[in-house]
Design a protein around this ligand. Structure first.
Ligand SMILES: Nc1ncnc2c1ncn2[C@@H]1O[C@H](COP(=O)(O)OP(=O)(O)O)[C@@H](O)[C@H]1O
Ligand SMILES: [Mg+2]
Length: 319
């Protein structure tokens, strides 16, 4: 592979879940959360990773950090395999999950940070310098002795970001770090991240619902939809996604091999008796439905508009 700091080649994550199928029966079926993703991020870059809910963003981040093991493909961070060399990589990466704190709920921030320091064996002087810097830039003065449970969401998030950076990680993964934050805190966090990336050269992968985050922080944005990378480039080019595909979701009487031979449509996914067929947004669904109904035991169907277009349209509309 190339010389990327983060390298993914056909990475997949399939979850096997059990779902109720009647009163007593449970069926196993597969959820393809990440469906063959390839990208490279050079050292020092700050990239946005966006997509609708359930697209596979958090699952990707969990694989990058080694929390989850890919079901397929190849993933390397600085040449290391996160799921096998997690301890080695832990010292070199920081991660922040916006929906969940990594801090100790009952402890004041100061004590949480002392634990982090011992966990990563950060030299005292380094720890001091990093903490002082974060306290100043993230405006944490006066909060260090407050138990985490008493902090507001914005305060806690700034506390979490600090915790992720005390050991000087080379790469920082942020999963929705600005979700639910007020405007002022968002601005503080953005300014901080921009400086971190510019001055320390920290590589940053940022998941967000806020287009302003991307606009102000990332020259490059990757868009993921249904577990696949559908765009990788400048933010301005996102408008192009407009001419994409719609999806026909077909429920058959039973599990069958992927539907074939329907002109203008291709089966992109199957899950038990359910199959997904992609077709051009400009085409009518009616002839496809007629063909499928004629050849297959059709129970139900629906047409799904591309989620990502919706999300991006909403993002642009909200500005
Ligand atoms: N542990 C799990 N077990 C089963 N399914 C999961 C699990 N984690 C995530 N999923 C499914 O994988 C898909 C992607 O989820 P996720 O990566 O959290 O999406 P995003 O972060 O983009 O909203 C969703 O359909 C979700 O329900
Ligand atoms: Mg998520």
């Amino acid at each position: 592979m190339g010389d990327g700091f983060i390298e993914l080649d056909g990475v997949e994550k399939v979850f096997s879940v059990r779902r109720r199928a009647g009163l007593l029966r449970r069926e196993r079926h597969e959820v393809r959360a990440v469906d063959g993703i390839s990208f490279t991020v050079p050292r020092g870059e700050m990239v946005g990773y966006i997509g609708p809910n359930g697209a596979g963003k958090s699952t990707t981040i969990k694989m990058l950090t080694g929390i989850l093991t890919p079901s397929g493909g190849r993933l390397r961070i600085a040449g290391l395999d996160p799921s096998r060399q997690r301890a080695l990589l832990a010292r070199r990466m920081g991660v922040v999950f916006g929906q969940r704190t990594t801090l100790w709920w009952d402890l004041p921030l100061r004590d949480s940070y002392a634990l982090v320091r011992r966990m990563y064996r950060v030299p005292e002087a380094r720890f001091r310098a990093n903490l002082d810097r974060c306290v100043e830039l993230l405006d944490l003065g006066g909060l260090l002795d407050v138990p985490v449970r008493q902090l507001s969401l914005g305060q806690r998030m700034r506390g979490d970001i600090t915790a992720a950076l005390l050991h000087d990680p080379e790469v920082l993964y942020l999963d929705e770090p600005t979700i639910g934050l007020d405007v002022v805190t968002k601005a503080t966090v953005r300014r901080f991240l921009r400086e971190l990336n510019a001055e320390r050269g920290t590589t940053v992968l940022l998941t967000t619902h806020d287009l302003t985050d991307i606009e102000q922080l990332c020259e490059r944005v990757m868009v993921i939809d249904h577990g696949r990378l559908v765009y990788d480039g400048a933010l301005g080019g996102l408008h192009e996604i407009g001419e994409s595909e719609r999806t026909l979701v077909v429920d058959l009487e039973r599990e069958l091999p992927p539907i074939e031979g329907i002109d203008g449509a291709r089966t992109v996914r199957t899950q038990g008796p359910r199959q997904w067929l992609a077709f051009p947004s400009s085409a009518s669904a009616a002839p496809l439905v007629a063909r499928i109904a004629a050849d297959y035991p059709l129970v139900d169907l629906s047409v799904r508009e591309p989620d990502i277009e919706e999300v991006i349209a909403r993002m642009y509309a909200g500005r």
